[in-house]
Design a protein around this ligand. Sequence first.
Ligand code: PLP
Length: 392
Amino acid sequence: MSMSFHVATRVAGLGPPASMELAQRVRQLRASGVPLIDMSTGDPDFATPPHIIEAAERALREGQTHYGPARGEPDLLEAIAERYAERGVGGIDPGRQVVVTPGGKQAVFETLLAILNPGDEVLIVSPCWLSYADMVRLCGGRPVYVSGDRDRGFRVTEEALEQHVEPRTRAVIVNSPCNPTATVWQRGDLDVIRRVALRHRLIVVSDETYDEIVFDGRRAVSMGAFTDLRDRLFLVNSFSKTYAMTGWRIGYVVGPPDLMDAVLRVQQNTATCTAVHVQRAALAALRGSQEPTRRMVDEYQYRRDLLRTRLADVQRLGCLPIEGTFYALLDVSAVAADSVSASRLFLEQAHVALTPGSAYGPGAEMLLRLSFAVGRQSLKEGLERIVSIAEG
Ligand code: PLP
């Protein structure tokens, strides 16, 4: 008789990601030869720009195949501080306030590990990226969703945040431009977070992963614009979306020097460092031409317009405003009972994969997330299939 070994409680307590069932079915359908259009992932369809690839190749040939400093390569740390200075967030000390991590996801996780004690609560503005809540749980904390106001692009009000602050509240996570809501918060919207954080001594984790992908001439405001938050603010960012580098696994976090020492200790004892040749590639991304990024953003905006035009007079599908990122939220309340059955309907009958909104926390139960980081042709074809089901 065999007895299985137990799984750690902190992992056993995690639910399966709400998008897992979808991913599994996508694989099955693909394997059986179904011409599927997958609009469920946040992975740009663009190739990484050639000068970035060349920088990594060069680094490998030059023998940069060893461990590097845990914090990151000094010139990359400097380039990151300069990037933020160009965005109006000056005065970042690259040697003490920046850590380069193997991905933005890892940056969020290392930050949470560095600041949370068991039982600490973290406010998460919802709907939100699906990893935050489970990462808080993995760190022994308790995620507390605060629903944004749908009529205002899911921006959160001060009252809503205040209602959820408890003695154990330690931090708040905000993400703008936001996955999945596609809204870009202005300074006044972010100021709501600032006021509550100052009033209750909360740490702020601002995930700015999509800060370059904004439309109609907008500019994303960094939470770092508020200098009075500097003793409690973490800025998380990534190369994944801006430079089409999802598979390279590189991101970073900027924060107050004393707290960043704790993040560094987490990294030293887990990842050791981010792969050095990948850091050379990231440096080339920051220091090289930004033209490839501009072209990608222009293309995303073109697709956003295409999508809105195509869906404009489809009565049974609402499309929420898209100010940035490469996601659209579709209101499917006229098509199915909830987002999970709507996702199943489109997958089984139209062979289009869209993520059920229920994966993104409270507020998105009747919505599906569509990623238009797929080629133009796939987008057009996918939209035709979606419309034919909605109108059928
Ligand atoms: N933050 C948000 C809001 C995201 O959507 C993602 C990826 O989908 C990330 C962070 C992390 O990206 P990566 O780990 O690839 O840097």
